[in-house]
Design a protein around this ligand. Structure first.
Ligand code: IMP
Ligand code: MG
Length: 188
């Protein structure tokens, strides 16, 4: 057992459930993008596990690419100022149908900013899919096109998601014990 598991209050989405979410999402995407030119876009780092599963489960030719964005302020809440750390570089985006793959939507700022940004670059279409969604925390109106699972307002880690760069390797989505981040925040 990974020693980090001591910090998990309980498992919210077990490994098998994530796998079945991915199966049905990949099937839907494969139908919806059959006549399109899919560019599957991974938002680093949190989406990397979900992304690598999805790209193998979608039964269509595709290109893949990566962007890295950050919202200022680390810790258990995101702050809303989105900054691009790794960008997409193409001569021409006009034949590309981008599907952004995100781990979780919280305030909605990251994805609403990215969608606008990619449309501005001239992508033919821009849609979004997310493994998890916390609609209770929305600060800007945003509805993803594909949602794996709606979750309550809890801070979760695992399956790519981190707290202070830890827990990404856990094979499920778990709720972090609040004392883990409360302890840290009181020191900050
Ligand atoms: P948004 O811009 O507020 O929607 O933030 C989305 C980003 O915040 C995600 O890509 C995560 O990096 C981070 N985030 C939000 N909620 C959680 C959580 O419960 N656990 C880990 N990261 C989270
Ligand atoms: Mg993220």
């Amino acid at each position: 057992m990974n020693i980090l598991e001591n910090d998990i209050e309980r498992i919210l989405v077990p490994e098998e459930e994530v796998a079945s979410i991915e199966d049905s999402m990949a099937k839907q995407i494969s139908e919806d993008y059959a006549d399109k030119n899919l560019l599957l876009l991974c938002i680093l780092k949190g989406s990397v596990v979900f992304f690598s599963d999805l790209m193998r489960k979608i039964t269509l030719p595709m290109q893949i690419d990566f962007m890295k964005v950050t919202s200022y302020g680390k810790g258990s809440t995101s702050t809303g100022n989105v900054r691009i750390l790794l960008d997409l570089h193409r001569e021409d985006f006009s034949h590309v149908d981008v599907l952004i793959v995100e781990d979780i939507i919280d305030s909605g700022r990251t994805l609403s900013t990215l969608v606008e940004y990619l449309k501005m670059k001239g992508c033919r279409s821009v849609r979004t899919c997310t493994l998890l969604d916390k609609p209770a925390r929305r600060e800007v109106e945003f509805t993803p096109d594909y949602v794996g699972r709606i979750i309550p307002d809890e801070f979760v880690v695992g399956f790519g998601l981190d707290y202070a760069e830890k827990y990404r390797e856990l094979p499920y989505v778990g709720i972090l014990k609040p004392e883990v981040y409360k302890k840290k925040e009181s020191l900050d």
